[in-house]
Design a protein around this ligand. Structure first.
Ligand code: PRT
Ligand code: MG
Length: 213
């Protein structure tokens, strides 16, 4: 049995065409069922639904053999015990710094002021600002980062941006792009040895179906 960990939403949806290329179709709709283990058209392949931030953990400890996870989640988690064979080029976005339109970020950086930054990505934000020599106080949030500068909780946020519509709707502006993000296939290292053939076939099929740049 091969177990693939996915999160509901864009990762699940954008992984379906890749699975189809491997001749695998999920036979249940995750939005219409409360099941967390989904069968597929292949008796030896199943999908488990986990929180996006839990995918690396499931694969690292062998709760799943493979998983699809954003580079943001993967870097924040650390890639210990994970073999990372493919950039799937799906669920693309960027990790950026954003502030209120009336906050002068450039001056704050230049003057060496301490900047209050709210983010779910405390590790990535710490590394980024340290590499630039910018002093920050990091505030950990679990969601709705966009609200933090509007309420005075923080001066800036570090969050994912794709269309930019969410920032715009909240009168925030992107002031720095930290890195480009896309979803990665991750594989448990022990599974790679024990189930080499079956995993190799899935990895190869995914690779052949990756959207071109
Ligand atoms: O939602 P939940 O708390 O359950 O988990 P999650 O937010 O971690 O999962 P999900 O499904 O929202 O995101 C899974 C992965 O998709 C992320 O880890 C990213 O790698 C990737 N991804 C790609 C995105 C986006 N694009 C994205 N736009 N994840 C989140 N967003 C959010 C962003 O945080 C912001 O709130 O969408 C908003 C901005 O979008 P635009 O289009 O308005 O700019
Ligand atoms: Mg989300």
């Amino acid at each position: 049995m091969i177990t693939l960990a996915l999160s509901k939403g864009r990762i699940f949806e954008e992984t379906m065409p890749l699975l189809a290329a491997a001749g695998i179709e999920v036979t249940e709709d995750p939005d219409k069922s409360r099941k967390l283990i989904l069968a597929t058209t292949r008796a030896d392949v199943r999908v488990v639904l986990v929180r996006a931030s839990d995918v690396p953990t499931y694969v690292q400890y062998g709760g799943a053999d493979l998983g699809v996870t954003g580079l943001d989640v993967l870097l924040e988690h650390g890639n210990q015990g994970l073999y990372q064979p493919l950039d799937l080029r799906i669920a693309a976005c960027r990790l950026s710094v954003a502030v209120r339109a009336d906050y002068d970020y450039a001056s704050a950086v230049k003057q060496g002021s301490r900047i209050k930054v709210a983010t779910k990505y405390v590790g990535l934000a710490r590394d980024f600002f340290a590499s630039k020599g910018v002093h920050v106080d990091l505030i950990k949030l679990y969601g709705s980062m966009e609200l933090a500068p509007l309420t005075g909780l923080a001066d800036a946020i570090v969050d994912l941006v794709s269309t930019g519509n969410t920032l715009k709707a909240n009168h925030l502006v992107e002031v720095e792009r930290i890195m480009d993000i896309s979803a990665r296939l991750v594989v448990n290292q022990a599974a790679l040895k024990l189930k080499r053939e079956a995993i190799r076939r899935i990895v190869d099929a995914f690779e052949s179906a990756i959207p071109s740049a």
